[in-house]
Design a protein around this ligand. Structure first.
Ligand code: 26V
Length: 817
């Protein structure tokens, strides 16, 4: 990326004050005196939007008229985070905003807080999509994000009196939302069901019902690029405003039923992020947004053309499939080309395979989507025919490549048997040009294990693009103190658009003055977080203790249980005098995690963490030495507050299970040290920061495989390490359940008899490395030197670099001229 200095504000503070006043008056219809923080938030957002308008229009025009292939990022999730400050940063208006809002008598922080965070994603995959569209715009690449504007985002998490997770609906559109522009004039019709008939030797799909997909457009401003791309999120509306026929039968409620059903499609984000449930509504969602997006792209790139030459389609736009959720786009494009535009099979297949590429984000076999043939037949009968035909052609092609019949059978896109299914990852691999994993280790495992047969026969299809995160949101906005120090240290702010410049900080790790300043920044961030936590959650966190954080979705493979077991062991050791109280390094542990509502073990783990926190925090024996906090509803906003304040970050998944992780990158870039396994992007982070600046523990992928092979017996580890035995016994004997021995019995039983993710086997090495961690922490200068080296050496993990890799290896396009 070409380095950019911070953009210059298009307005003075005085001008911006006038613009906000104008919006207050003509949009909200309130006087300055009447205006609430929420009013000022809406007014300033609308004013900011106006400054993006010209660039948005020229970017759209150049995207259509220029000769640069665009990128279409198809994703069921975009976990955007709040918009206002990001837009201000990218326009260079942060200080003008603060000053203008103060002049109007408001606290800028409260105005920014009035924005309700859109939670249109579950976790890593959705947040990655948001980072990627930020980087595409910042690099000046013409791009569309395409997804769904869910009415209800990821649930709001609360904890009840027993510490159990309770899910509340997230009705994020309850207040005025100034960013999305509903464009009724560019809606698309999306049809479902019905049957396929033959007419004049041609297959004709006669759908049974249709919904109207209405685009809601969000501006995606680039940082200092002068470009503003579009995130187009589809919302489902009914065509049948009123079914008169039914109404005449005087069944009023029945008359609105089709309308309600149609609009259900974009009503809610599915909160599972690993176990697909094969739900009909979810397939409807997938087809809904993908069909609307493909038709939209044809409309955009061939304006006003009845019979466009779609053989040029892959030169106009390349579509990235964010996991398998949009893969139904492959048969949909085939259907459009063959049925709607009259192309023959081979031409259509050639266009389609050139148009799509697929990113896989998982290694868990149960997370790979499959759809029952019966369900696809019912909802999308023409697509099922096309998928079957793709399967037939593909099997023919395989016969030309190998004589291994078993291998060919394993590679079927449509399985055989009584309940045949479509394997979406296989369809995506066959129907696109490239397949990539999201970290080096993950891409290797995809080739060696998950998609082995495919990579053997189509080796050039496979590549790796290691994930990244946007430094604009996760360093500059989240951590202004560190940002200022980095700019001071490097003598430039160009690092925000060329993150490898952080390398320039390496020598400063040996500069005691700089190290002290860095330590002050971290401490100030801890104080700021403690204040935020007190205000927002009501707990006291002591900034003079080590801040140790584990935030991510709750999943057994991520092993929050390992953290909680080690924590209990530590608690027990302090209590029973195994460690001298005076030798204990004071620590505050923060958890943040949502569990899928139907994921029993994950929810029970949440309950356990909350109750460990209750017991530990109320025990005078460990006061000042150990504290545990679990703020509810971990989201992007909480991440932006907590990550800059963290000193030790936990990335402790079982090796071979976390595809990449992106939190690990955010923490390292904010100067936390990582305790982690050799999994996902941890491997690459450790390579870059240096083994001596990373706390490695646990089994490797090969050791894990060998142990499965040998036969894993978790009870052996329970017997072997008294610390582990003590921790598990305390859970069983009711220490964290008011004496009730049954509460956590399912967790204990699982640990002692199954423990699929080998938490117990890694316990000893995890507990042991804590001594190293604490020894280092006792030497603040050395700790902070290492933390600086983490910042300095992780510039590679900018999402700008990820996007440049995609451009070069997969998309073969670049910035607009
Ligand atoms: C699967 C499903 C299954 C059906 C229900 C809805 C749903 C939603 C999402 C997913 C896929 C989850 C995969 C995922 O989030 N993977 C994460 O992707 C991150 C970005 O690449 C990566 O850093 C994490 O390691 C990986 O777990």
């Amino acid at each position: 990326m070409t380095e950019q200095t911070a953009p210059k504000s298009p307005v003075t503070t005085e001008q911006f004050i006038e613009e906000i006043k104008e919006q207050l008056k003509y949009n909200q219809g309130v006087t300055v005196e009447q205006a609430t923080d929420a009013d000022v938030y809406v007014a300033s957002s609308l004013a900011v939007r106006r400054h993006l308008m010209d660039s948005w229009a020229t970017t759209q025009k150049d995207t259509v008229e220029g000769n640069t292939k665009a990128v279409g990022y198809l994703s069921a999730e975009f976990l955007m985070g709040k918009q206002l400050r990001n837009a201000l940063l990218n326009l260079g208006m942060l200080s003008e905003f603060d000053d203008a809002v103060k002049a109007l008598g408001h606290d800028p922080q409260l105005v920014v807080d009035a924005e309700y965070e859109p939670g249109l994603g579950n976790g890593g995959l959705g947040r990655l999509a948001a980072c990627f569209i930020d980087s595409l715009a910042s690099l000046g690449v013409p791009a569309f994000g395409y997804g769904i504007q869910y009415k209800y985002g990821i649930f709001k998490q609360e904890f009840d009196a027993e510490g159990k997770q309770v899910e509340r609906p997230d009705y994020w559109l309850a207040n005025e939302e100034p960013w999305g522009h509903i464009d009724y004039n560019r809606s698309q019709k999306v049809s479902f069901g019905g049957e396929v008939v033959e007419e004049d030797g041609k297959k004709v799909w006669k759908p049974a019902w249709s919904v109207r997909a209405v685009p809601v457009d969000y501006m995606v401003p680039g940082y200092a690029s002068g470009r503003v791309n579009t995130l187009r999120l589809w919302s489902a509306k009914s065509y049948d405003e009123f079914d008169l026929l039914t109404f005449n039968k005087s069944e009023y409620l029945d008359a609105v039923k089709p309308q309600v059903e149609a609009e259900n499609i974009s009503k809610i984000l599915y909160p599972e992020d690993s176990t697909p449930q094969g739900k009909r509504l979810r397939l409807e969602q997938q087809y809904f947004f993908v069909a609307a997006s493909l038709h939209d792209a044809i409309r955009v790139f061939y304006p006003g053309q009845d019979k466009p030459d779609l053989t040029t389609f892959p030169n106009k736009i390349t579509f990235q499939l964010n996991d398998t959720h949009p893969v139904i786009g492959i048969p949909e494009l085939m259907r459009i080309l063959i049925d709607e535009y009259g192309y023959d099979w081979n031409t259509a297949w050639d266009i389609t395979t050139k148009t799509f590429n697929y990113t896989c984000h998982t290694l868990l076999p149960e997370a790979l989507e499959v759809w029952p043939v019966d369900l696809i037949n019912e909802l999308l009968p023409r697509h099922m025919q096309i998928i079957n035909e793709i399967n037939d052609h593909f099997l023919e092609e395989l016969k030309g490549l190998t004589r291994d019949k078993e291998r060919i059978n394993r590679m079927r896109i449509v399985t055989e048997g009584d309940y045949p299914q479509v394997r979406m990852a296989y369809l995506a691999t066959a129907g696109g040009s490239h397949v990539n994993g999201v970290a080096a280790l993950h891409s290797q495992l995809l080739k060696d294990v998950t998609l082995r047969d495919f990579s053997d026969l189509f080796p050039t299809k496979f590549t790796n693009v290691t994930n990244g995160v946007t430094p604009r949101r996760f360093i500059r906005l989240a951590n202004p103190r560190l940002s200022a120090l980095i700019t001071e240290g490097l003598g430039t702010d160009k690092w925000l658009s060329d993150l490898e410049l952080l390398q320039g900080l390496v020598p400063l790790a040996d500069d005691d003055e700089f190290v002290k300043k860095f330590a002050e920044v971290k401490h100030a961030n801890k104080v700021a977080f403690a204040n935020f936590a007190k205000d927002r959650y009501g707990f006291d966190a002591n900034p003079d203790t080590m801040f140790n954080t584990m935030v991510k979705r709750l999943h057994e493979y991520k092993r929050q249980s390992l953290k909680i077991l080690a924590l209990i062991a530590r608690y027990a050791a302090i209590k029973n005098g195994t460690i001298n109280v005076d030798d204990v390094l004071p620590r505050t542990v923060f958890f943040g995690a949502k569990a899928a509502p139907g994921y029993y073990m994950a929810k029970l783990t949440i309950q356990l963490i909350n109750n460990v926190a209750r017991v530990v925090n109320n025990d005078p024996d460990v006061k000042g030495k150990l504290a545990v906090h679990f703020p509810a509803n971990y989201n992007v906003r909480l991440a932006q507050h907590l990550i800059p304040a963290t000193e030790l970050d936990e990335q402790i998944s079982q090796a071979g299970k976390e595809a990449s992780g992106t939190g690990n990158m955010k923490f390292a870039l904010n100067g936390a040290l990582t305790v982690g396994t050799l999994d996902g992007a941890n491997v690459e982070i450790r390579e870059r920061v240096g083994a001596e600046n990373f706390f490695l523990f646990g089994m490797t992928v090969d050791e894990v495989d060998a142990l499965y092979e040998e036969g894993y017996n978790p009870a052996k580890y329970y017997e072997a390490d008294p610390r582990l035995k003590m921790a598990i016994d305390m859970i069983s004997n009711g220490t964290f359940s008011n004496g009730d021995r049954n509460t956590y019995a399912p967790l204990v039983a699982d640990w002692l008899t199954k423990d699929y993710f080998m938490t117990l086997a890694d316990f000893t090495s995890y507990a042991d490395i804590q001594y190293q961690i604490e020894d280092l922490y006792r030497n603040p200068m050395e700790w902070n030197r290492k933390a600086i080296l983490n910042v300095a050496n992780t510039g590679f993990f900018s999402s700008d670099r990820s996007i440049e890799d995609y451009l070069e290896r997969i998309w073969h396009t670049g910035p607009l001229a």
